[in-house]
Write a protein that binds this ligand. Structure first.
Ligand code: DGJ
Length: 717
């Protein structure tokens, strides 16, 4: 009996990683975060800690814990695995133990690569962690390889697995649909699995966004509470699994969606997962978002620290109804308004099947000879002569069945054999896995840019998800279609970026279908929603602000919403400002106001685009909203305040500002005032200490519905 107890004790110790001898510890750290792994006496790798940075003596006290860093399927695991492999001989298990690790240091940021190997089979799994020190962001991705005699099958391939032990877990998710993106809901996780995922193929989101916040013990506010913000850098099917076990421990498994995606891995080849990017803050969601913004600008988005162009787009104003003459007139209007660029949207191409509506022409990227009599290059020239840059819309991954491209290459389309074609917006998805299709897409971009020198911007649209999914190119490897499509998309973008490293390109997907850091490494901004109603946009942009800096969020003034022009302008100023409106419908005063607004925006955009964001009053709270941006030296700040719907008799108190220097003095100046109107701020023109503004606050909320104020705060010495 005694022996049996001893054997059981040893077994338990082995399962838990043991604590008997000095163990190898691997700490991945930023200025404020520690993620610590320990090799157990059984050789397995355990997550010992994730949270606020620990001192060396405290780290030395950590035990391995029982959360295996990257739990394989098979073996003794009873919960959601990170990885599952079926070996060449049919054995469906992995047993991973630590082999070695190495750390690379690049400019103060480290990348730690931990090599795990199977105890019997020639399989390696390398966990990579980049730690962005001053941004306090971690990026994890995994490489899987083997040297078995024949290919293996991968059925699960997480980018990351994280473990938590807290009393409660509060999950914030971001969900919606076309034109109602980024609804925010927070729920307490209960025992079992909650899965947030998508199966849309060409894009990550539409219904669920590949990003979440997880607060431990209690819901986090903007300034308080422990919270992890995470997102997957992947432009396709994703899955986050949140599993609370019987001991109230949580594991979060993040990665590409394993749904219908068994992947064949040839011998000596690498399978690399996309990155899971996350940050941790013990000072609430506001700080976590600021970490993400700084990381996004410095590392996540193409040219994230560079200025963006303001623009006039013609989509909302003209739809498909335009010709060369009309466009040339718009160049003049763009110049008059003071924006940097004119953006020509959908409808400029197709000859045999002209693109007069969304049911024809997609795929035929020759300028329509009747609409653009002198071609695209004449438009570029015309715009430049008027003193504005020229940008153009394309949707290169798609085809209308009514097109010459489809007639020539019916086998270039994703569609199931023996089934009817299934259309969405009258179009089909091209098989971007096929290298010939990749060449076609690359060439269309390259030709457009070389034959029309001077194109200064591209809007890259993608208006449908995959259905009836089948790649003629992949033949008997159909389960790889979801993953290989996205890889095909990235391969094309790599080629484009090699030749055109700096060209601004907007990531658009019929509204917020593609808003992920996987694509944003190739793109400079994204289109958050086709819904440009300014009230809706306050909510939608608020949602995106958890993960993306303001200079990546394209925000256009349109006539979708019927709010006063000033209100619509103030909302668009919180992102990358643009116009998509028929200027001829605006009054002279509207135009004068808009010209001044563009000028003011250019002055303020370094603070808005590069500054720290503080969300002050959420639009979901009480009929108003307020947020502010503060520059890194705390010399300049911009506050946006909106009244949506005040209840009868509403008596709002002052809004306490954040992020200022308490010891500095700031001149408070309301700007962007509609001609003839008075400032709404009673304290306008006065100077206050940062301390006063943060402790006492300003009366920024007005009592009339759909009113707004933009307030500049400038340090005075
Ligand atoms: C969807 C985009 O979101 C719109 O802005 C516009 O470009 C249309 N496509 C054009 O077809």
């Amino acid at each position: 009996m005694k022996n049996l107890i001893r054997v059981l004790g040893v077994l338990l110790l082995l399962m838990k990683g043991g604590t008997t001898s000095a163990q190898q510890q691997i700490a991945i750290e930023t200025e404020k975060i520690s993620l610590v792994f320990t090799v157990g006496t059984n050789g397995r790798l355990y997550q010992s800690y994730l949270g606020k940075k620990l001192s060396a003596p405290s780290k030395a006290l950590l035990s391995p814990g029982n959360g295996e860093a990257y739990v394989p399927s098979g073996g003794d695991n009873l919960f959601e695995p990170a990885v599952r492999m079926i070996h060449a001989d049919g054995n469906p298990s992995l047993e991973l133990v630590y082999e070695s690790h190495a750390v690379k240091n690049e400019g103060g940021n480290t990348t730690t690569s931990i090599v795990l190997k199977d105890m019997v089979y020639p399989v390696k799994v390398v966990l990579h962690f980049s730690a962005f020190s001053k941004e306090n962001v971690l990026k994890e991705w995994v490489e899987i390889s083997h040297t078995e005699k024949a290919p293996v099958q991968l059925t699960h391939f997480a980018s990351s697995m994280l473990h938590f032990k807290a009393d409660d877990y509060w999950l914030t998710q971001f969900h919606g649909d076309w034109a109602e993106e980024m609804h925010i809901s927070e729920t307490k996780l209960t025992s079992g699995i909650k899965i947030i995922d998508s199966k849309l193929g060409t894009r990550a989101n539409m219904y669920q966004t590949p990003a979440f916040a997880l607060a431990t013990n209690r819901p986090a506010t903007e300034e308080e509470g422990e919270v992890l913000l995470g997102t997957l850098a992947w432009t396709g099917n994703f899955q986050f699994a949140f599993e609370v076990d019987e001991k109230q421990q949580l594991r979060i498994v993040s990665g590409m969606n394993p749904f219908a995606s068994e992947y064949t891995l040839e011998t000596k080849k690498n399978f690399t997962t996309p990155a899971f990017i996350f940050t941790y803050s013990d000072m609430g969601k506001g700080q976590a978002s600021r970490n993400f913004h700084a990381w996004g600008r410095n590392h996540g988005v193409l040219n994230g620290n560079k200025e963006r162009m303001t623009l006039l787009n013609n989509w909302e104003a003209t739809q498909f109804d335009f010709d060369e003459k009309k466009l040339i007139a718009l160049f003049g209007e763009a110049k008059e308004l003071g924006v940097d660029m004119f953006l020509l949207d959908d409808g400029w191409f197709g000859n045999k099947y002209p693109r007069h509506s969304d049911n024809a022409g997609l795929g035929d990227w020759d300028a329509n000879k009747k609409i653009l009599t002198n071609g695209v290059s004449a438009l570029v020239k015309g715009a430049n002569e008027k003193g504005v840059k020229f940008g153009i819309w394309i949707e290169p991954e798609m085809v209308n069945p009514k097109s010459e491209l489809y007639e020539k290459h019916p086998d270039w389309v994703l569609k199931l054999p023996n089934r009817k074609e299934h259309y969405f917006r009258n179009q089909l998805v091209l098989d971007l896995i096929n290298p010939q299709v990749q060449d076609f897409v690359y060439k269309l971009v390259d030709d457009l840019l070389t034959t029309n020198p001077g194109i200064a911007y591209i809007k890259w649209d993608c208006n449908r998800m995959m259905t009836n999914t089948y790649s003629p190119f992949l033949k008997n490897k159909q389960s790889q279609v979801y993953i290989d499509y996205v890889k095909g998309f990235y391969a094309v973008m790599e080629r484009i970026r090699k030749k055109y490293p700096a060209l601004p390109i907007m990531l658009c997907s019929g509204g917020g279908g593609r808003t992920d850091y996987g694509a944003l490494q190739y793109f400079t901004e994204f289109w958050p929603s086709d819904n440009t109603d300014a009230v809706e946009r306050i909510f939608i942009q608020w949602g995106y602000s958890y993960f993306f800096p303001a200079n990546t969020i394209a925000a256009h003034i349109t006539s979708w919403g019927k709010q006063p022009l000033k209100f619509r302008t103030d909302v668009a100023m919180m992102g990358r400002l643009g116009y998509d409106i028929n200027l001829a419908h605006l009054s002279e005063t509207d135009i004068a106001f808009s010209k001044a607004a563009v000028k003011k925006y250019k002055e303020l955009s370094p603070v808005i685009g590069q500054g720290d964001l503080f969300r002050l009053i959420a639009p979901t709270m009480d009929g108003r909203a307020a947020l502010m941006y503060v520059d890194s030296l705390k010399q300049k700040a911009v506050l946006f305040a909106y009244t949506l719907h005040p209840r009868y008799g509403e008596n709002w108190s002052a809004v306490k500002l954040k992020g200022l220097d308490p010891l500095k003095k700031y001149l408070v100046n309301e700007t962007n005032i509609y001609p003839g109107a008075n400032p709404s701020l009673s304290e306008n023109g006065k100077t206050f200490t940062g301390e006063y503004l943060m402790e006492n606050g300003l009366m920024v909320s007005q009592s009339n519905a759909l009113s707004s104020a933009v307030i500049e705060l400038t340090e005075v010495k």
